[in-house]
Design a protein around this ligand. Structure first.
Ligand code: FES
Ligand code: FES
Length: 164
C-alpha cells in the first residue's frame, strides 16, 4: 500500500502503508496519533470528525486520504499557537462550554473556520455555520456565546496590533 505525504498542522508528515480509500480520520488517529479528532457517526452526519482542509471545515470520516494531496490539514491539535490558545479555545474554557466534550473538537474547528471568514458573525451566521455539528449534550447556547466572545477577543487583538 502507498505512503502519503501530508501537510498536517503546518508540518510535513508521511503516512506509511495506507490504503488510498482510507478515511482521513483514521489516518490522523491511527497512523499519525492525532486522537483529538473524534469518530461519531462515520457518515458525515454529526460533525465530530471535523477538521479543516485548506481552511474549510470537512468531515474527515468520509474524506479519503488520497483526495488530500497538497492541501493543508488543520486538526484540533493545531488550533492553538505556540504561545497561546486560540481565542475560541479560551472562550470555551471561560464559558464552560463542554459537557461530555465528545463533539467539541469538531465544534471548535467549524467555529474557527467561521471566524476566519466572518470575524463578526451574527447568531444566525453562527447557527448556519455550526448546523452540521451536533451536540448530544445540547451545548448550543454556550457555543454561540463563546463564538461571540472569541470574535470580540480577535477584534480587540486586531485593534491592539494596529495601535502598536
Ligand atoms: S464522524 Fe464524521 S460526521 Fe460523524
Ligand atoms: S458536549 Fe457532549 S456531545 Fe457535545
Amino acid at each position: 500500500m502507498p505512503d502519503f505525504n501530508l501537510s498536517v498542522n503546518g508540518e510535513r508528515v508521511v503516512a506509511r502503508n495506507v490504503a488510498p480509500d482510507t478515511p482521513l480520520l483514521w489516518v490522523l488517529r491511527d497512523t499519525l496519533g492525532l486522537v483529538g479528532t473524534k469518530f461519531g457517526c462515520g457518515l458525515a452526519q454529526c460533525g465530530a470528525c471535523t477538521v479543516q482542509i485548506d481552511g474549510e471545515p470537512m468531515r474527515s470520516c468520509v474524506y479519503p486520504v488520497s483526495a488530500v494531496g497538497d492541501k493543508a490539514i488543520t486538526t484540533i491539535e493545531g488550533l492553538a499557537s505556540e504561545v497561546s490558545l486560540h481565542p475560541l479555545q479560551q472562550a470555551w474554557i471561560d464559558l464552560d462550554v463542554p459537557q461530555c466534550g465528545y463533539c467539541q473538537a469538531g465544534q471548535l474547528m467549524s467555529a474557527a473556520a467561521l471566524l476566519a471568514k466572518n470575524p463578526q458573525p451574527s447568531d444566525a451566521d453562527i447557527d448556519a455555520a455550526m448546523a452540521g455539528n451536533y451536540c448530544r449534550c445540547a451545548t448550543y447556547n454556550r457555543i454561540r456565546a463563546a463564538v461571540h466572545t472569541a470574535a470580540e477577543t480577535l477584534q480587540k487583538q486586531g485593534g491592539d496590533r494596529e495601535t502598536v
